[in-house]
Design a protein around this ligand. Sequence first.
Ligand SMILES: C[S@@+](CC[C@H](N)C(=O)[O-])C[C@H]1O[C@@H](n2cnc3c(N)ncnc32)[C@H](O)[C@@H]1O
Length: 273
Amino acid sequence: MTATPPRPAHGPGSTWDSPEAVARVASAYRTADVAALRTAQIDLLGPIEGASVLDIGCGPGIYARDLALRGARVTALDSAPAMLAAVVEETHAAGVAVDCVEGDVSAIPCPAASFDAAVLVQVIEYVTDAVAALQEIRRVLKPGGRLLISDTDWETASWGVGDRALSDQIKRAWCATKPHADAGRQIPDWLVAAGFDIVAWEPRVLAVSDSLGDTFLGHTWPSYRRLLDRLGTVPTADLDRFDRLCTESSQRGTFSFCVTRHAWLAHSPGGSQ
Ligand SMILES: C[S@@+](CC[C@H](N)C(=O)[O-])C[C@H]1O[C@@H](n2cnc3c(N)ncnc32)[C@H](O)[C@@H]1O
């Protein structure tokens, strides 16, 4: 019997590289709660009209679209071809155009000093050598170039479902699926180690009061539940009970979910931006 080879962590053939992953990320990132964060984060970047901006790990292109709508000249980079196909549709539907590049944040296929700014949102938590990736981003930024980087600190996640032990068990298993579950709090140390100058910090709480609704959590949890089931790190009976508690507390109006998302603005050294 031949064993199925493990899927790559990212890029062609990975779990990111499918229409299902595109639909899941796009639906979660279109929700009103994430849209509010996105607007605040792009504001943090400052004026970008006419600037060349590299959106790294662009996913289905929602940041790329919004950056282009603000007048930036956007290059959208992702290692998953399915995501890049979605970027073309997303930006076309919005009446803007962006360049698409398939590539890895750890080896960006662009010359040095190519961009005025870069955006890296919800990507560094998946990158094993975070500092090397940030050094690579520094290489493609012009001196004084701006980097907007944002990620979640999943270790701050809390579910109010009336069973603290069970929700902590779910959180531990969820965090264990990621190379850097606490990426959000590590970002400033990584930025400094990669030689960036820190300019600003914008922490926000992503808060959801209905586990079943059209929210980030509502769109994200079902795929995490399937992953935890497949990994076997939480017994199915506990996952079923957690689902029941989420539903019942949402119906009662007592459900809560909160997690901290950090956004940082940094500059590459030199220049006058
Ligand atoms: C959670 S999505 C974030 C999408 C987008 N940045 C957003 O916030 O809307 C993560 C994306 O990072 C991409 N990705 C993961 N590891 C990568 C790597 N090493 N290089 C480039 N892209 C990567 C995945 O293919 C996926 O599209």
